[in-house]
Design a protein around this ligand. Structure first.
Ligand code: PHE
Length: 330
């Protein structure tokens, strides 16, 4: 009988090894550990043995039962785990996908592109110049002498004695005139830098759109007409703007462009958006263009300010904070 017990134990372990699904596991449980299973049956036979054999047989039977039960439980658990792993791998193709954030151009880039398109349709070519400039292009050729009091508004961040971050896009006028003969009809967009105190309408870095037209017989009327056409195309026909006399060393006469806008407090007010004027003869001298033969006009618009008025943005700092809640609106 002891041999028979041992055989049941061996068989049970052999069977256990073959199991790899829950049905086979349940069959195994019934075959060995169920109420009529071989192990339970084996235990019930112990009582029929002669008393001197009962002890050894009982110990063997109990040991077998314990080992088989433990192995069974272990296998059950590992099968369960495997099933849960499988469930994790399952892909539900009907679930909605995760939204993908698609980047887009910054509102200033969008505005610049729109400006270039409008001026492109009016026959302007596009020119670019370096953001790191020298004094000649940023100041001297533009008739801004070293001691000139009018230099203040064009104060710059210096890199070394002669090198600076351009404080306006007007140096691109000089670069274009140095390499091109009239007729000239260009716009030049780009970043400019000024050590200004930051507030709702001022920033130490911003963007300008420069324009330069040089030809014979060019007049202030051409300038005003072009500006008017541009402003109405960009803002719509109802926008109110005005030309106000001003001063720049590189234009004569000079003016500023104001647009009517609604500020932070809901108040209507004029905002200065551009400087402009007829190219000063001294500038033509500096670049070797015949001032007797040619006249020209130029302007420089602040691109942030145009965008502020167009989209009702009341603080220039919003453009540079990279807050997605702001940027996503455009
Ligand atoms: N460069 C001037 C500024 O930054 C603007 C300007 C451009 C004025 C061209 C006249 C002509 O304020």
């Amino acid at each position: 009988m002891l041999e028979q017990f041992e055989k049941i134990g061996k068989d049970a372990f052999k069977d256990l090894k073959k199991i790899n699904d829950p049905t086979a596991l349940e069959d195994f449980r019934i075959k060995y550990l169920g109420r009529k299973g071989q192990i339970i049956q084996m235990l019930s036979q112990i009582g029929q043995l002669p008393p001197d054999q009962r002890r050894t047989a009982g110990q063997l039977a109990n040991k077998t039962k314990k080992q088989v039960t433990e192995a069974f439980e272990k296998l059950k658990e590992s099968l369960l785990e495997a099933r849960q792993e499988k469930a994790k791998e399952f892909i539900d193709v009907t679930l909605p996908g995760k939204p993908v954030n698609i980047g887009k151009t910054h509102v200033i880039t969008q505005t610049t592109n729109e400006l270039l398109e409008i001026f492109g349709r009016m026959g302007f070519a596009v020119a670019y110049g370096p953001e790191v400039e020298d004094e000649w292009h940023n100041y001297f050729a533009l008739n801004i002498g070293p001691e000139h009091p009018a230099r203040d508004p064009f104060d710059a961040f210096y890199i070394d004695e002669n090198t600076l971050l351009r404080s306006h896009t007007s140096p691109v006028q000089i670069r274009v005139m140095e390499r091109t003969k009239p007729p000239i009809r260009v716009v030049a967009p780009g970043r400019v830098y000024r050590p200004d105190t930051v507030d709702a309408t001022h920033m130490y870095m911003f963007h300008q759109l420069e324009a330069l037209v040089v030809d014979d017989g060019v007049s202030m009327v051409d300038m005003k007409t072009t500006i008017d056409q541009f402003i109405r195309t960009f803002f719509g026909p109802d926008i109110k703007w005005r030309l106000r006399p001003s001063f720049f060393p590189f234009t004569e006469p000079s003016a500023e462009v104001d647009l009517l806008w609604t500020d932070k407090h809901g108040k209507q007010d004029w905002m200065e958006v551009a400087g402009c004027g007829m190219v000063d003869p001294n500038v033509f001298d500096a670049v070797g263009i015949d001032k007797e033969k040619y006249t020209g006009w130029a302007f420089g618009f602040g691109i942030e300010r145009l965008a502020m008025i167009k989209y009702g943005i009341t603080d220039i700092r919003l453009f540079f904070e990279n807050d997605l809640r702001f940027l996503k609106q455009f």
